[in-house]
Design a protein around this ligand. Structure first.
Ligand code: SF4
Length: 390
């Protein structure tokens, strides 16, 4: 990637493939969570062994459905969930070996894992380091006890207290955390003080996002039953608009609505979702996008292991997909490169007209075929993206 003023400029990359693996088990299902996940307590999952076998089977099935994906080079692998740090590192190692036996890998692939605070330890990071995992993200959400209780999250206070020290001494240097704001009962000051702790520790990647109310979750039922309050939207907008300048002062690049990184520490895997690059999604509840098609796996671990891999693929409409992904980026990107690669003439001219209108309104800059949002666009983003799709 080209570097200009330390900012990467994203462009079309046609020969790579990302891999996402969904491990669906957690210690406890959090009340607000709408990912496919099941709370199973501290013990390992009964079906861990067979689940990892099923991942291998799915890899072979997807290759047989789309043999052309083997020509691509894997440059990112992401173990997510659920709580993938609940699974044994040996299983992750074997899965990586299996992927390496089926695909070619780039020279320095990004291999990430999500870790929950209850599993984080120096020993675990050493182990991950030794098997080639080189990026770790910890789902902290908040350090406030009442915030964790509101979210219905399992927590171990000692682990929460030691996580900054463990991450700063980690043998894996690409480390980051998720923090959440707008949790009822957690003040702006309290969120900013949590953030300050991680900024002072100099963690190179921060995902800062607002609590949302998702249908079908325990949290949403509790709100309907008047047992819990909705997320604090006014506070969320206030924090959302203040974050870019706070983070900039500390040397972070704002590269996506909710994501900040020190230069060179962006999540290359998550960037695939925003720059329309293909990825293989494996496991129950996982989604994938390969060869111009999307697919989704059943949100049920037993069914996933029992049933044949589905051959149901939905053809992608690049015009809608591109608008919902690319325009979430706040770092610069070669917009003409994307538009010319993926869109037909009619849609292309609609995109260009809309982008030029945004520029006239002072919402973005366009220079040398490079597009970048201005901070003024942030609160309008959802509506602006609709302008380009409608
Ligand atoms: S730990 Fe993460 S994936 Fe698991 S239930 Fe909580 S939010 Fe969902």
């Amino acid at each position: 990637m080209e570097i200009l003023d330390k900012q990467s400029i994203w462009q079309v990359r046609n020969s790579y493939l990302g891999v996402y693996v969904h491990f669906p088990y957690c210690f406890k299902k959090c009340d607000y969570c709408d990912f496919y996940s099941e709370g199973i307590g501290a013990a390992p999952a009964n079906d861990e062994q067979s689940l990892f076998k099923s991942y291998q089977k799915e890899i072979l099935d997807r290759i047989s459905h789309f043999p052309e994906i083997k020509k691509r080079t894997i440059d990112t692998v992401f173990f997510g969930g659920g709580t993938p740090s609940k699974a044994s590192p040996e299983h992750w190692k074997n899965l990586l070996d299996f992927l390496r036996s089926e695909f070619s890998f780039s020279e320095n692939p990004e291999i990430s894992i999500e870790v929950n605070p209850e599993d984080l330890s120096s020993e675990l990071l050493e182990k991950y380091h030794s098997i080639g995992i080189n990026r770790v993200n910890v789902g902290v959400q908040t350090l406030e006890k009442k915030g964790l209780e509101f979210l219905g999250r399992h927590y171990d206070e000692d682990r929460y207290h030691s996580l900054v020290e463990i991450l700063t001494k980690s043998p894996i240097k690409r480390v980051g955390i998720d923090l959440m704001y707008g949790i009822p009962g957690v003040s702006k000051e309290s969120f900013l003080s949590d953030l300050d702790l991680f900024l002072k520790a100099g963690l190179p990647h921060l995902s800062l996002y607002s609590l949302t109310l998702e249908k079908g979750t325990q949290y949403s039922r509790d709100v309907t039953d008047h047992k819990k309050l909705e997320p604090e939207e006014n506070l969320q907008s206030e924090i959302l608009t203040q974050l870019p300048s706070i983070l900039k002062e500390q040397g972070y690049l704002w590269y996506e609505v909710s994501n900040y990184a020190k230069p060179g520490f962006e999540s290359l895997h998550n960037l695939k979702y925003w720059t329309y690059e293909p990825y293989l999604g494996l496991g129950p509840g996982a989604h994938g996008m390969i060869a111009g098609h999307r697919y989704g796996n059943p949100r049920n671990a037993a069914l996933y292991q029992k049933k044949e891999t589905s051959t149901k693929y939905e053809k992608i409409d690049p015009s809608t997909e591109l608008s919902f992904t690319l325009f979430r980026l706040f770092s610069p990107f070669r917009y003409l490169d994307f538009i010319e690669t993926y869109l037909d003439t009619k849609t292309k001219s609609k995109y260009i007209k809309t982008i030029e209108a945004w520029e006239k309104k002072g919402l973005c800059s366009i220079e040398n075929e490079i597009f970048q949002w201005k901070p003024e666009a942030l609160l309008l983003l959802d509506d602006l993206i609709l302008e380009i799709t409608l």
